[in-house]
Design a protein around this ligand. Structure first.
Ligand code: PEP
Length: 251
């Protein structure tokens, strides 16, 4: 039985003061949602403060990115141990914005995933096709290549800890959501790829989130699909009520 996981990706939003207000709102309303893993991924600058604010709650902390190297001359970057030290248990890797604006390839995402796991972090590895891929009938080819490349060489044990987020790029921040059937089809396909790469146990155990314009109004139906295990939420995670309503959609 896979436990759903709902993560809020705040992207480059929220000063420390704003982040604390949002966490406060979430803490006040989150009661006993222990059937869902709830993860907040603020920008690096707010990790320490949010980590402190969620101490003693069941909410987990995640970063939005990290570098694959342990240390060194990589100006502006942060390493796995640094975010781990701030209380992160999760790290989002290979988000489509990282792939698009920062040219992150599957190979880079793969190195980061290995470094994250070695540091005791749970990677949330994002994959997803562009609109042109979907329209050209290439969704499975693109997503399959991303899954194989980003997760190459992981042990079955490491794969069991890893979370995948399927985020069709055309649905991120656009208000266009994949229909539950469209999302389910790709999630089932990802499990097929995992079975080929690892085995049936891994394929059936790995949690696969859906991301892309998830809102309170569509969360329940999306999360109710057999191969969808919660969501990675962008815009709707920036406001306490909508995020909580989405978390409840995974119950
Ligand atoms: C995201 O950035 O991971 C995301 C899914 O964004 P949104 O929910 O705003 O589409």
């Amino acid at each position: 039985m896979r436990k759903p996981i709902v993560a809020g990706n705040w992207k480059m939003n929220k000063t420390v003061a704003d982040a604390l207000k949002l966490v406060d709102g979430i803490k006040q309303q989150l009661k006993d949602e222990s059937k869902v893993d709830v993860v907040l991924c603020p920008p690096f600058t707010a990790l320490a403060a949010v980590g402190e604010a969620i101490k003693g709650t069941k909410i987990d902390l995640g970063a939005q990115n990290m570098h694959a190297e342990k240390s060194g001359a990589f100006t502006g970057e942060v390493a796995a141990d640094m975010i781990r030290e701030l209380g992160c248990h999760y790290v989002i890797l290979g988000h489509s914005e990282r792939r698009q604006y920062f040219k992150e390839s599957d190979e880079i995402v793969n190195k980061k995933a290995k470094a994250a796991l070695a540091a005791g972090l749970i990677p949330i590895v994002c994959v997803g096709e562009l609109l042109a891929d979907r329209e050209g009938g290439k969704t499975e080819a693109v997503v399959g290549t991303q899954v194989r490349g980003s997760l190459a060489g992981l042990s079955a044990n490491d794969m069991l800890k890893t979370v995948i987020a399927y985020e069709p790029v055309w649905a991120i921040g656009t208000g266009k959501t994949a229909s539950p059937a469209q999302a389910q089809e790709v999630h089932a396909f990802i499990r097929k790829v995992l079975k080929e790469m690892f085995d049936e146990t891994v394929a059936q155990s790995v949690r696969i989130q859906y991301g892309g314009s998830v809102k309170a109004s569509n969360a329940k139906e999306l999360f109710g699909q057999p191969d969808i295990d919660g969501g990675l939420i962008g815009g709707a995670a920036l406001e306490a009520q909508s995020f909580i309503d989405i978390v409840r959609g995974a119950l």
